[in-house]
Design a protein around this ligand. Structure first.
Ligand SMILES: Cc1ncc(COP(=O)(O)O)c(C=O)c1O
Length: 384
């Protein structure tokens, strides 16, 4: 692999790895004419990650690949050269036990890491902010992890988890800070699986690549994967990129405005729980800060409407999963007043969206709060 901003260029190694995990299946790329009508564009495709390797979000792709690479480093060279099944992989880890995989999480990354730990016969220690919904905490504990509640925000939980790195603790965070960069960059690499799947599916359908890609932003690792895939020096594709953040945790937008990484202090209360992060990831920053065309800081309300619209197109999402659609709806409708209206107009011009545009959205998380989902859409199926 070559490098991009010090990181390896995307290749298919993570996809080949994920295909060997139990339960691997390509997730659907849904064509949603109802959403295209609502947005006034030519076509909308939704990469539906509401069920990925048995979990309700895409994040296990990053956690599993980063764990794999980090474990490989703790073993003699060549140890991972020949394995086909997870059972075979597990046997290769004997000399490392006892070992805990450790992370802080606002939900999905920690649950995913705990699942990977269980799969590999390792322990898991997951640090969570005190404000996390009980259902999310229970889902992590349900994977067999030790859950440690930290008084404070997600960012404080990250700090606490970082102290656990030693012979018996392997910190696998999707957040990155000075001196902790390689593992988070592997997390970003791991997310590429869903992007290769999109390319392959479009190829099978003989369809063109999207003109606009919308991505939800927490610490920016997911957005970094999307940016590398669609806009790196290895590709001639140049879709426009729109990033969506919650208004009170718009850490990437604030950092871009300042021209350097800054924190947005918590507590962050958005209903888009997976996006409640107060500081961009150090390794994501150089990739996303230059390449994303428009960043939107969005209130919760458009996310609710987006959940309903997604459901009407048979895509089951929670507010985080629907946030990309919510951000785009908010921009294209231009219902605000004053300064906000000017910003919306400028953003629309920068994105160049028209009736022919082909838009790619990610349903990055299913409806993980079934009661909230039913209240919003009135019945129907939810993810667990
Ligand atoms: C479901 C979901 N979508 C999107 C994101 C945002 O990803 P990132 O934090 O890499 O920006 C997260 C983060 O946890 C998430 O859980």
């Amino acid at each position: 692999m070559g490098t991009l901003d010090g990181q390896e260029l995307p290749d298919r190694s993570p996809l080949r790895f994920h295909k060997r995990l139990p339960g691997y299946e390509e997730t659907p790329l849904v064509s949603a004419p109802g959403l295209a009508d609502a947005l006034g564009v030519g076509k909308v495709l939704v990469k539906d990650e509401s069920s990925r390797l048995g979990l309700p979000a895409f994040k296990v792709l990053g956690a599993s690949w980063a764990v794999y690479r980090a474990l490989e480093e703790r073993l003699p060279e060549g140890a991972f050269e020949d394995w086909e099944t997870v059972e075979e992989l597990k046997e290769k880890l004997e000399s490392l036990r006892p070992l805990d995989l450790v992370a802080a999480t606002d939900g999905n990354h920690g649950r995913a890491l705990a699942r990977v730990a269980r799969l590999l016969g390792l322990g898991a220690k997951i640090f969570v902010p005190e404000g996390m919904a009980a259902a999310r905490r229970e889902a992590i504990a349900g994977e067999g992890a030790e859950v440690i509640v930290v008084e404070g925000t997600y960012d404080e939980a990250v700090e606490r988890s970082a102290a656990e790195e030693d012979e018996r603790g392997l910190v696998v965070s999707d957040m990155s800070w000075p001196g902790y960069e390689r593992i988070p960059s592997w997390v970003i690499e791991g997310y590429s699986t869903m992007l290769w799947e999109i390319d392959d599916e479009l190829e099978r359908r003989k369809e063109a690549s999207p003109d606009l890609v919308v991505v939800q932003i927490g610490v920016g690792a997911f957005a970094a994967a999307v940016t590398r895939h669609f806009r790196g020096p290895h590709t001639s594709r140049r879709p426009k990129l729109l990033g969506v953040e919650p208004a009170d945790a718009a850490c990437l937008l604030r950092s871009v405005e300042e021209g350097r990484i800054v924190s947005v202090p918590g507590p962050h209360h958005s209903i888009m729980a997976g996006l409640n992060c107060g500081r961009p990831s150090l390794v994501a920053w150089p990739i996303v800060s230059r390449a994303i065309d428009v960043l939107v800081a969005m209130d919760d309300e458009p996310a609710h409407e987006a959940v309903r619209l997604m459901a009407a197109s048979s895509v089951v999402s929670g507010e985080t999963g629907a946030a990309g659609l919510g951000g785009l709806l908010w921009l294209l409708r231009g219902v605000s007043s004053g300064d906000q209206r000017e910003q919306q107009e400028e953003a629309r011009r920068a994105l160049g969206v028209n009736r022919e545009s082909r838009v790619l959205l990610f349903n990055c998380e299913g409806a993980t709060d079934p009661d909230a989902f039913r209240r919003l859409v009135g019945g129907g199926r939810a993810s667990s």
